[in-house]
Design a binder for this molecule. Structure first.
Ligand code: AMP
Ligand code: ZN
Length: 432
């Protein structure tokens, strides 16, 4: 059962469609001040695209390029044709703004509805969007997708756990959109409020917007008694609904009739071999107001080889392993926060949250990992706690090759933000 015929297009046909849409995208992009200059400089026009692989003839677009063009440099039409603005969640420097025409919003809502359909949500579902609204695309993006699918849609927004639970119970909410770090916290809150998650009406959760491991997904599924599906998107490519897990939960289908995905070696810019990890590069194929070509997402993933059991023909990407910018270099070793999460969330005594702190230890940099421990283990004696601490520390050493400091803390003691979780804090300058 599919929402749109594009989901099962034969690969040859899909590529034909991509070529046609890529040509159109180049033609449209040439109307923006930014791309018109780039295209002139590099003698680019639609005729250089004959196959989908010819996309490599086009230059990359980076976050810095978008920043330098803020606020209007990428628009292909006059401002009065646009009806919505979103911005990426970066907290520093000039934001990157994304503007949508009404047609762009419609296309996006269709993609989002398709994504929700692929995880078993239907018109008869009641869907609560528990992520923040505002400039963040996870609010209105998911909201309009849910309405497009025909669900009764509850724009609950972030926070206010008690009201969330009341709405879920009173309106028999069957589908949720929730950020993974908040889901872990929320699962506990539901219990603290005296409810059994198994008796809640929910069935399906869309989780995304931030990197998380398979262990974290399983933990959310177990704690909430729900099926959780990975949802990937970024403002520069509209927002959510770019790549989505199907019910097989074996990687995220990229909606390739609307986006071309490439995975490159971030150093050389060349495509990596099939199945190898690299930086995801994305091109819009169905956006008219602000097309973006070969956008370097900085997100690290790989294509999953082979075809999915669900019958969809689109390629799948693996869960995001982290962002190229998240890499920590400590004592000469490269470490990604997700490597740490992978270990921590697999340990049974660990509760719902953790925090990585970069500290000074003498003249050296060191990592301190604060780990919330389940309540029942916190009342154990010192020796048992030390045992847990040692176990975590040695398992982390095996993964990241250096021995971090591990500090066990009580559950719910690490501050929780409502939006995307802050996983790493740099305390080095303060403690020096
Ligand atoms: P923004 O445009 O501000 O909403 O941020 C988009 C970024 O959020 C992406 O480039 C990813 O780094 C991250 N992100 C979104 N969805 C996921 C996901 N399912 N897994 C991991 N990271 C994600
Ligand atoms: Zn599938």
């Amino acid at each position: 059962m599919y929402f749109h015929e594009a989901e099962t297009l034969e690969r040859g046909k899909l590529e034909e469609l991509q070529v046609e849409r890529l040509k159109k995208t180049i033609e449209l992009a040439a109307n923006s001040p930014y791309y018109s200059e780039i295209f002139k400089k590099n003698s680019i026009d639609p005729s250089i695209i004959r196959t989908a692989d010819d996309i490599t003839k086009l230059p990359f677009t980076t976050k810095d390029d978008l920043r330098s063009q803020y606020p209007h440099g990428l628009l292909t039409q006059s401002l009065d044709n646009f009806v919505r603005l979103h911005a990426s969640s970066g907290t520093t420097g000039t934001p990157t703004a994304v503007l949508y025409t009404q047609k762009d919003l419609d296309t996006w809502a269709d993609l989002m509805a398709r994504s929700m359909y692929s995880v078993g949500l239907r018109k008869s579902d009641v869907f609560q969007n528990m992520s923040g609204y505002g400039l963040f695309t996870g609010g209105l993006g998911i909201h309009y997708g849910s309405e497009r699918l025909g669900c009764l849609t509850v724009p609950a927004g972030a926070g206010n756990t008690k009201r969330q639970i009341k709405l879920i119970r009173d309106f028999n909410v069957t589908g949720l959109h929730i950020i993974p770090s908040f889901a872990l916290y929320f699962a506990q809150k539901v219990r603290d409020e005296g409810y059994d998650p198994a008796e809640m009406p929910w069935r399906v959760a869309l989780i995304g917007a931030e990197p998380h491991t398979e262990h974290t997904r399983r933990k959310i599924e177990e704690l909430m008694c729900i099926k959780a599906y990975n949802s990937y998107g970024l403002s520069e490519m509209n927002g959510p609904g770019v790549a989505f897990e199907c019910m097989e939960q074996e990687g995220m289908h990229v909606w390739e009739d609307s986006y071309i995905a490439e995975i490159i070696n971030p150093e050389t810019g060349e495509h990596v071999a099939e199945g190898e990890v690299g930086e995801l590069v994305m091109t819009t194929l169905t956006r008219e107001g602000m097309p973006i070509i070969r956008y370097r997402t900085r997100d690290l993933t790989r294509f999953i080889p082979g075809q999915c059991k669900c019958g969809r023909t689109s390629r799948r990407i693996d869960r995001i392993m982290g962002r190229a910018d998240d890499m920590l270099i400590l004592k000469g070793v490269n470490i990604y926060p997700m490597q740490i999460e992978k270990i921590i969330m697999g340990i049974p005594e660990v509760g719902q949250n953790y925090l990585i702190e970069l500290i000074n230890e003498g003249l050296m940099d060191q990592i301190r990992v604060k780990v919330e421990i389940k309540e029942e283990h916190f009342i154990e004696d010192m020796r048992a706690l030390q045992g847990i601490q040692k176990k975590i520390s040695s398992m982390l050493r095996d993964e990241i090759l250096i021995t971090p400091r591990v500090e066990l803390v009580q559950h719910n003691s690490i501050p929780k933000t409502e939006g995307k979780a802050v996983r790493v804090v740099d305390l080095r300058s303060k403690e020096a």
